[in-house]
Every structure is written in C-alpha cells, then in structure tokens.
Design a binder for this molecule. Structure first.
Ligand SMILES: *Cc1c(COP(=O)(O)O)cnc(C)c1O
Length: 364
C-alpha cells in the first residue's frame, strides 16, 4: 500500500459528489424531481444543432468558442472577450480554484452552500472554510468576518442551491466592496435565468475586477446531459483561466447546441414563466399540507418537515410511490427535502403524495 503513487494533499479528503438518483428498483415510470432538470427539455433548435453536429464528428471543434461567446454576449449585453466557456459551469468553477488557490490557502463556502465547492477546494489542496448562514440565507457579514490572510476564493450561488434563497444586489455589492482585492468572489448564477430581469451579478463583475460570474446551460436550458457552462470576468481573470482551459474542452455538438439554445429566447421565457407558476403552486400546496418552504427563486422548493425523522419517512413514502426527490442532510438540512419543480402532472402528484403522508396517523 504505502509504496504506491501518492496523491496530492487534499485529494483523499474529498467526499464524492452524490448526484440525484434517477431510478427505483422495481418501479417503472418514476418521476424524477431530484436534479433540478428542466421538465420540458431543451429547445428544439438545440436538438437540431446536435443532429447537425453529428455529421461532422470527424472534425476537431474550434478552440476559441468565438461564435458561442458572441451569441452569449449579444443575448446578455456582455463583452464576448470577457466570456469563457467550459464543460458545464463545474469546469469554470474548478479553474478558478486551480488558478488562485493552493495547499494551505482558504476557500470560503457557506453553511448550506453547493457541495461541489468543498470538493473543488480539497482538489487544489486548499481548506474549505464554512461560514454560517442566517435562516438559510447567505450572510454577508459572516463571510467578511471569516476572511484571513490565506483567503483566496469565496463561492456563493445566487439563487442558492439547495435553499433557493437569494441575497439582494445591495448586499452583494457590499460583499464585493468589503473583500480584499486579491480574493476572488465567485457568483454562481446556475439559477439566474429563473429570476426575471436578473443579471446574475454581471454588473458587479463590471465594477469589481475580482468578481467572477458563472452560468450554465444545465438548468433552464435543459442541457445538463451535454455539459456546457460559461464564466464572465475581468480581462485579467479571463486571461488566467484561458491558460488552464484545454484547447478542445467543448465539442462541436456542445458549441452548436449552446449557441442555438441561448438564441432561443422564446423557449427560455416559456420555461421561466411555467416554472414560476408551478413553483408557486407547489409551495402553496405543500404549505397547505403543513410543509412550509422559504420563498424560492429557482426551479425547486426546499420543503421543511418537523424533523429529520419526518423528512426521511416522507422521502421513503415518495419513493415507494415512484417519486424521487433529494435528501439534503449532507447540506446540514436533515429536516428538509429538495423538490424540483416538474411539469404540472408531477407537481400535482408530489403535492398529493405529501398530503397523503401528512394525513397518515403514523407519519415519521
Ligand atoms: C446545477 C448547478 C450548477 C451547474 O453545474 P453544471 O456543471 O453547469 O451542470 C452549478 N452550480 C450550482 C449551485 C448548481 O446547482
């Protein structure tokens, strides 16, 4: 054992990421509400682009992603030279730590923050420093108090996963202004498109050279299976991240599908509108059954139960009935279940089942 190759410090401290389950033994037609996927799927135009790309699989893709960056820039009103594209926003989030943090450095994450952030921190040998939230909302003061000489990166998602809560623009500006200029503030906007007229933090990137915004095609665009994301940052940070980016990190299919998807605003608008309508309906229906949730700005609801035992019992009941939601005990939320907003039938089904569960004399 001891003579084998030794990994870099931190690697073996990584707890493997657990994705949402997608099947249940012995159950056909499961309803999967565990991974915040778009129940309506991708734009037809993106599907057409993948079919077209299939004809050129013998060709290498482009390396500069110029067409995709141009499309993103036009749609969001951003300078394409300050955009970088990755294999999911995961890849962009990982480059940031690899570029700016190393062994012994500190990376600030929050109490209920996305589980990928500590994985990324350990991956570069850095220490993830977890700061408390306030009633499941990121707390700017606690983050600022946690900054030390060794802090290199701060990761927050806005809206956050798995809480669905948001930090207001003024608070975020206060955070950006309060951080030392050598600390990179990452605003993970994976769910930004679900908030009407929200820029995901782009204006803060323009004001502060140490702020990075990341975005993804995995959520509202319904392209999680294809792996495309992007980042927006100062020219200095983009120049650094581009040195870590593998030349062919995105395939032609990824590039063409993402370009078609970002230009199909009608599909995005429809998905946002439907998500909001069904999310509000679901939150209300769950509350009527005695299961409250914080106001969500994303495509899921964090359902709060009396205690961990009740949450676990409800999860087991839903599975028995063919519905998969997400347990979030690993996010320090053992009394909660994260339920993705599905299509109308799925929302009605899950609300109905939770109602049945709460009505049972022996629940939990
Ligand atoms: C889903 C999600 C992402 C997206 O990851 P991809 O690699 O782009 O699929 C990023 N951040 C958060 C908080 C998420 O929930």
């Amino acid at each position: 054992m001891s003579d084998g190759p030794k990994p870099q410090p931190g690697i073996m401290e990584i707890s493997l990421y657990e994705g949402g389950a997608s099947s249940l033994a012995g159950v056909e037609n499961v309803i999967k509400l565990s991974s915040n996927e778009n129940p309506w799927g991708p734009s037809d135009k993106a599907v057409g682009a993948v079919a077209k790309a299939a004809r050129t699989l013998h060709r290498y893709p482009g390396t500069d992603h110029a067409e995709l960056r141009k499309a993103i820039g036009e749609v969001h009103g951003l300078d394409p030279n300050r955009i970088i594209c990755g294999a999911g926003s995961d890849e962009v989030l990982t480059w940031i730590a690899a570029a700016y943090a190393g062994p012994g450095d500190e990376i600030i994450v929050t109490e209920h923050g996305f589980s990928l952030y500590p994985i990324i921190a350990h991956g570069v040998g850095a220490v993830p420093v977890e700061v408390p939230e306030r009633d499941r909302v990121v707390d700017v003061d606690r983050i600022l108090e946690a900054v030390t000489m060794r802090t290199r990166v701060v990761y927050i998602a806005n809206p956050a996963n798995p809480t669905g809560t948001m930090v207001g623009q003024a608070e975020l500006a206060r955070l950006a202004a309060g951080l030392p200029p050598q600390v990179v503030l990452v605003l993970d906007g994976a769910y930004a498109e679900f908030v009407e007229a929200f820029d995901g933090g782009a204006a803060l990137v323009d004001r502060f050279p140490n702020v990075v915004m990341t975005r993804t095609f995995s959520k509202i665009y319904g392209l999680g299976g294809l792996r495309i994301g992007w980042g927006y940052a100062s020219p200095g940070i983009i120049a650094v991240l581009n040195r870590l980016r593998a030349p062919f990190n995105l395939s032609t299919a990824q590039l063409l599908a993402a370009e078609a998807a970002v230009r199909d605003r009608a599909h995005v608008d429809r998905c946002r509108t439907e998500n909001e309508r069904l999310r509000n309906w679901l939150a209300h229906a769950l509350a009527e059954h005695g299961v409250p949730s914080d106001t969500s700005s994303a495509n899921f609801v964090l359902a709060r139960f009396a205690d961990a035992a009740e949450a676990d019992a409800c999860d087991a009941w839903l599975r028995q009935e063919g519905v998969i939601v997400r347990k979030v005990a690993g996010y320090k939320l053992p009394n909660c279940l994260r339920i993705t907003v599905g299509d109308e039938a799925s929302c009605r089904r899950v609300a109905h089942l939770v109602g049945q569960f709460k009505g049972r004399p022996d629940n939990g």
